[in-house]
Design a binder for this molecule. Structure first.
Ligand SMILES: [Fe+2]
Ligand SMILES: [Fe+2]
Length: 450
């Protein structure tokens, strides 16, 4: 039986002394040496020893460690700081390897999670494995739903008269940015979720996904991209100050009600000013999101627009056009792009709209299409070099019967089929939101298999 307390205590001491003393100081070597000896002793009876961190709780060989926060704070801090979920020591562990592990865990370098294993290899550490959840692989559906929950909470707090915290909003934007950078097609697919009851929340998240994608296509530097992300997630936060019955009113608004709606950009930017730690650009983007390129729209102003505002205006328009509203059938993505293109140079900055159109594709992710073979499918990935030949998942056979499970076809790889037209999902009874949720869930399953 491994001396659990002895091992954890000496590892904690080694990490702590590393923090307190300069390199080469004898106070560092002693606890590291002791840790190595104790672990090596324990490894005589077991092929490996595992120390884990699960939801901030320390685990030793599958058992939670009591009072770990008080007893082993350095170990917990360094593991969570470096994104390490488990440290596994294997038989044959050398003392040099252990000393190197202490160096890596305490280093000021910004390597985290899976990147650390690379560093371990470079330092010749072969008997220690650092396990981490791949950073980019937190399932996208979890990221999406988390974002919806966060904006819902933020707006709820505002309605209660509280000033919401910025931290959860920033965290959501970091996660969405990472997902957009690593898996843009899949997350854009999820913007097909247009939950009618939750409209404002899903809309906010969808707009931020589209805006981050557009920001990426425009090669924004990270600070600007972050401001665009926060601004787009919170762009309609001022609607919390407009009565619910006006926001949800089916049919036409009276001019008085319309005046109320028009207050939301100003109300929103005022809320942002009171939230701690948000860049003032964010408030400005929110204030300007309904001012069009030609300065029509609202609030009325002749002042020059912030160069990033149009990113939100364009993303907002695209999500609104593709959503079923009481007063509007949803446009399919191809139609939505056409409608927007008609307003190029008036509502929208032609350059940014041009980048948006090439980013979203001739057949954007989420478009339902009929092929020359009469099969029907949904676009799941655009091919940058062949805009009219995206990758699809086929859902219906040529005779209109449903396929038992979707079949992927990359039109860029075949000459046998091409797109002849778009199809209204309502005519086939297809729930695209459910389709993309399913796709994301399957992808999640694939990530979990070893
Ligand atoms: Fe708005
Ligand atoms: Fe909006």
């Amino acid at each position: 039986m491994a001396d659990k307390d002895g091992i954890l205590k000496s590892i904690n001491a080694a990490l702590k002394s590393k923090k307190l003393y300069p390199p080469g100081h004898p106070a560092i070597a002693a606890p590291a040496k002791k840790s190595h000896e104790m672990i090596a002793e324990a490894l005589k009876a077991a092929p490996h020893i595992m120390i884990g961190l699960v939801n901030d709780a320390l685990i030793f060989e599958n058992h939670p460690v009591a009072d770990a926060d008080r007893l082993y704070p350095e170990l917990i801090n360094y593991m969570s700081e470096k994104g390490v979920d488990a440290i596994i020591f294997e038989k044959g562990l050398g003392d040099k390897e252990f000393a190197n592990l202490v160096d890596i865990l305490t280093s000021a370098a910004s390597y985290r999670g899976p990147e650390l294993q690379m560093e371990m290899h470079q330092k010749g550490i072969t008997h220690i494995t650092l396990k981490s959840m791949p950073i980019g692989k937190k399932s996208i559906i979890v990221v999406y739903n988390g974002a919806v929950e966060t904006i819902k909470n933020v707006m709820h707090e505002v309605r209660l008269g509280k000033i919401p915290k910025s931290e959860p909003v920033k965290k959501v934007i970091e996660e969405l940015t990472e997902t957009v950078l690593t898996d843009q097609n899949a997350i854009i697919g999820l913007t097909m979720i247009k939950n009618y009851d939750n409209y404002l929340y899903n809309h906010s998240v969808n707009v931020s996904i589209i805006a981050l994608s557009l920001g990426k296509a425009l090669n924004l530097e990270s600070g600007e991209l972050h401001a665009v992300g926060i601004g787009s997630l919170l762009h309609d936060i001022g609607k919390t100050g407009v009565a619910e019955n006006i926001i949800r009113k089916p049919g036409g608004l009276s001019s008085e009600e319309w005046e109320k709606i028009k207050e939301h950009p100003l109300l929103g930017s005022n809320i942002i000013k009171r939230m701690e730690g948000l860049d003032e650009t964010v408030g400005r983007l929110i204030y300007e999101h309904h001012i069009r390129y030609d300065h029509s729209g609202y609030p009325q102003t002749t002042a020059k627009l912030h160069p990033l505002t149009q990113i939100i205006t364009i993303s907002d328009a695209y999500d609104a056009l593709t959503t079923l509203r009481v007063y509007q059938q949803p446009h399919n993505p191809v139609e939505a792009v056409k409608v927007m293109n008609n307003f190029s140079g008036r509502h929208f900055n032609p350059d940014i709209l041009g980048t948006f159109i090439s980013m979203i594709g001739a057949y954007p992710v989420g478009t339902m299409v009929r092929l020359t073979t009469n099969e029907v499918g949904v676009v799941t990935r655009i091919n940058k070099d062949a805009q009219d030949r995206p990758t699809l998942k086929l859902l219906y056979n040529a005779d209109g019967s449903g396929l038992p499970s979707p079949i992927e076809v990359d039109l860029a790889q075949t000459d046998e089929k091409s797109i002849v037209s778009t199809v209204n999902p309502a005519t086939t009874g297809t729930d695209l939101a459910a389709f993309f949720e399913q796709e994301a869930a399957m992808q999640e399953g694939a990530c979990q298999t070893p």
